[in-house]
Design a binder for this molecule. Sequence first.
Ligand code: SF4
Ligand code: SF4
Length: 321
Amino acid sequence: MLDTRPLLEETDFPRIFRGKLSILQVNLGYLCNLSCVHCHVNAGPKRTELMSRETIDQVLAFIDKKDIKVLDLTGGAPEMNPEFRYLVTEARKRNVEVIDRCNLTILNEPGYEDLAQFLADQQVIVTASLPCYSEQNVEQQRGKGVFAESIQALQKLNSLGYGQEDSGLQLNLVYNPGGPFLPPSQAMLQADYQRELSDAYGIVFNELLTITNMPISRFGSILISKGQFEDYMQLLKDNFSEQNLAGVMCRSLISIDWQGRVFDCDFNQMLHMPLIASDRPETYLSELLDTDLEGDEIVIGEHCYGCTAGQGSSCGGALAE
Ligand code: SF4
Ligand code: SF4
């Protein structure tokens, strides 16, 4: 795979500083039942990196000490980490909102038949990738058979109350473009998704989050090999919107990798760009229990233009709408 980091390090992106920390984004490992083309962590069924119970206990200690309100779980397929249910249960006991970044198909895998019920029992917010409401587009990105399995999983979640009015069980879908272009308007696309999924499959959900593809990892490598990297970077820069700077996700979260190392965001994690505030190449979560991170400068690169282009992009979707 081609490395885009050397192309991203030097940047004229404006300097940004962290505000109050409220979200902990934790990558539980790179093991996944899928291997999607756009995957920015190069996850897949052969990856063996998984967060240990010891590190998970450090995450819980950090939550306790720092009054973290939201735990955002990513992977890979975070549910494939054997400690997933322990972490979720412990976080919910502390009244922390838990988001599961779910690829949907995991809900149908052998051994995971009761996963959807577990998520519902714990009132976990399910944020699920569904890059399109059309079968062809989904399968181009995620592989054959993934669309039908995703629909089946969404119907299962709906039957448990997810996405249904007044159930308290939130189901969000995530769209990302199938190539080197910016996402369309989040509000308009949400209306399209709602209509199409309801008409064809009777599926309901709460919100659609549109996310811009980052020119890193597998997607970045594809851009380079197709000679599209520079054009895509130019597109991101040409659409820079200053008003999105205040809402970029690194201002309110930190990202933890499967070994407990801390980064300003998931993308910096993938690029192995350590925190600036630390003068060491690696900082572990357990070392930050007594450190106030507010006001720290954030490590930036050319990829940051992916967060500010057009309507903006974050783990919570568009910034400007
Ligand atoms: S489901 Fe998500 S983590 Fe797994 S390969 Fe696809 S994009 Fe990567
Ligand atoms: S890529 Fe990361 S560091 Fe850069 S603006 Fe986006 S969230 Fe912040």
